[in-house]
Design a protein around this ligand. Structure first.
Ligand code: 3PG
Length: 311
């Protein structure tokens, strides 16, 4: 019987590194574009429950069309698959709508600074809900993450409690989503791309009744007219752009989650936030004080220490 050892040749290793590098760069670029259009839309049309629903609807439609015209192979799923997907979809829906509500209330950069505290939530959830323990340096690395986020929050010029809480809830929900997704994807024949497609569809079904209850068609119709009169007929393309880019960046991130460990994924995610924070501050001329930027830098440096400690 041949030995069951997987030895990667140097060529294969560099090809794999290149592939992951391309995934990461694409993921970050798509995410920056999503964040810009999402904020432009929310500035003119402050209805985050609808924009979150449209992002999921657009992604679901794109994938249904891709399966129908066979650009992508439809996954073979059973009832068991959808049952295991349900908690992931609940967490994805909560995390998504909470982040969008946050961005409708505060600067994009502020939401992402608070979201850079996600590793701290990951450790606390793993410790208290999964009973996992970590070496001391991991816990110590949470101090700069939490301290940096706190400093950035108290010195934020446009602090808003809903904006802050939205980002915190999103952190908590996405930690659960990532833990459940990685478990759900393990050993399954469904690819990262199709897994995210099914996740979008289920989240869309969960979110739609809540969006109607919280905001509803009357508010949307009045808000839409107002937005079109402010922005012009191009407004609809901003909504299309935020929705398409939302799906694409998440799809690419799930395609990379397929290939890498959750730890590498969370490091990639924090690096992504640096590009979003910098790009959004430049594009939206967000006023920031040096001490505020210092808080963000400490939090991000803390994430780097966390990744080193976890390794
Ligand atoms: C969303 O709307 O789901 C958030 O913008 C997601 O943020 P993240 O993918 O950067 O955590």
């Amino acid at each position: 019987r041949p030995l069951d050892i997987n030895i990667e040749l140097p060529d294969e290793q560099s090809a794999q590194k290149l592939k992951i590098g391309i995934y990461f760069a694409t993921w970050w670029a798509l995410n920056v574009v999503f964040n810009i259009y999402n904020k432009k839309v929310l500035n003119a049309f402050p209805y985050p429950w609808l924009t979150s629903t449209l992002s999921l609807a657009c992604g679901s439609l794109m994938m249904l069309v891709s399966w129908a015209i066979r650009i992508a192979d439809a996954p073979k799923t059973d009832l068991e698959f959808w049952k295991t997907l349900f908690p992931v979809a609940v967490a994805h829906t909560i995390g998504h709508v909470a982040a969008t509500v946050s961005m409708s209330k505060v600067a994009v950069s502020f939401t992402h600074i608070i979201k850079s505290g996600e590793p701290a939530f990951s450790v606390l959830v793993s410790r208290f809900f999964m009973g996992e323990t970590f070496p001391l340096p991991v816990y110590l690395s949470l101090l700069p993450i939490i301290g940096g986020c706190a400093l950035a929050a108290i010195t934020e010029l446009n602090f808003n409690i809903t904006g802050f809480m939205g980002a915190m809830i999103s952190n908590l929900a996405f930690v659960f989503r990532n833990i459940f997704s990685k478990k759900g994807m393990k050993g399954k024949s469904v690819s990262g791309m199709n897994y995210y497609a099914c996740l979008s569809m289920m989240s869309l079904v969960i979110l739609t009744p809540f969006a109607i209850a919280v905001e509803g068609p009357q508010m949307w119709a009045a808000g839409w007219q107002n937005a079109v009169s402010q922005v012009g007929p191009n407004f609809v393309w901003w909504v299309v752009a935020q929705s398409v880019f939302y799906h694409l960046y998440n799809q690419v991130s799930y395609m990379s989650l397929d290939q890498i460990s959750p730890l590498t994924f969370s490091i990639g995610n924090t690096m992504k936030r640096i590009s979003v924070i910098v790009a959004s501050i430049i594009i939206f001329h967000t006023p920031i004080q040096p001490v505020n930027a210092l808080g963000a830098a400490i939090a991000i440096f803390g994430t780097f220490l966390y990744s080193q400690a976890k390794q």
